[in-house]
Design a protein around this ligand. Structure first.
Ligand SMILES: NC(=O)c1ccc[n+]([C@@H]2O[C@H](COP(=O)([O-])OP(=O)(O)OC[C@H]3O[C@@H](n4cnc5c(N)ncnc54)[C@H](OP(=O)(O)O)[C@@H]3O)[C@@H](O)[C@H]2O)c1
Length: 231
């Protein structure tokens, strides 16, 4: 039985990934900042499989504590999906940017995954065919950049760099490390006009994990269907 940890599990893609992992029979450690009706319903439905961890990915002490607690109870973790993210300061010009708000997005989107990996890596190292999936975005590409969304674009580009560094660092541990663009999805972040259902993206992401997709040349960055993304 796979043990899967998913951040930002309360809504959007995180919720879709959680529902699918539970339906596939995995034990899921789902992180939320606050409980909500959907997560409570899942907890009732899957009381044996779903463990809720409550913290903000900016709070390193809370993450460390959660990792310690989990290590006492669980022997391993097979998959970590760093999904939680913030898209703020949208459509602002550089002159209009609020620097503190921009730092918040980078703190969540880049340093959130860093904190998670820092503290949960010992459990992942004991997993079977372990995977770290960093949910990135095509907004984090140098080759297809656009004006606006400064903090978000910077944070996802930096996240892609984190994936590359970890891919080298964890090579001997045989841990799959991937950045995945989930597509433009209709979630709170993507808006209702977006074409992709987060459940479809979630399905694709689990296929990447099951098939242990890696990129042989270039960066470890693919979309949810496994197509290589250039940076
Ligand atoms: N939607 C798209 O079209 C699209 C496109 C490309 C990439 N992505 C990426 O896909 C992932 C999921 O996006 P989404 O569309 O599902 O976003 P979403 O609907 O806005 O959901 C964001 C999730 O992140 C959590 N979160 C935000 N800040 C957090 C913090 N400080 N600590 C812990 N959790 C936090 C939220 O929790 P709360 O409920 O507590 O706020 C929520 O669960 C993100 O990494 C995003 O960058 C999305």
């Amino acid at each position: 039985m796979k043990h899967v940890l998913i951040t930002g599990a309360g809504r959007g893609l995180g919720l879709a990934l959680t529902e699918l992992a539970l339906a596939k029979g995995a034990v899921v450690f789902a992180t939320v900042r606050k409980m909500n009706a959907q997560i409570s319903d899942l907890q009732q439905l899957y009381s044996d499989q779903l463990i809720i961890l409550q913290f903000d990915v900016r709070d390193e002490a809370a993450i460390e504590q959660a990792a310690k607690k989990l290590t006492q109870k669980e022997k391993h973790l097979d998959v970590m999906i760093n999904n939680a993210a913030l898209l703020n300061e949208r459509n602002k010009t550089i002159e209009e940017l609020d620097i503190n708000a921009s730092l918040e997005a980078i703190d969540i989107n880049t340093f959130g995954p860093i904190r998670m990996i820092k503290h949960f890596l010992p459990l992942l190292r004991k997993g079977t065919n372990p995977s770290i999936i960093n949910i990135s975005s095509d907004s984090g590409r140098l080759t297809k950049t656009y004006v606006h969304d400064y903090p978000y674009g910077l944070s996802k580009l930096a996240l892609n760099m984190l994936t590359e560094k970890l891919n080298i660092y964890l090579r001997d541990d045989h841990i799959q490390v991937l950045s995945v663009h989930p597509g433009w999805m209709h979630t709170d972040m993507g808006g209702q006009q977006a074409p992709i259902d987060p459940n479809e993206a979630a399905k694709g992401i689990y296929q990447l994990i099951d098939q242990r997709i890696t990129v042989s040349e270039g960066c470890q960055f693919v979309d949810y269907e496994g197509n290589i993304m250039d940076i």
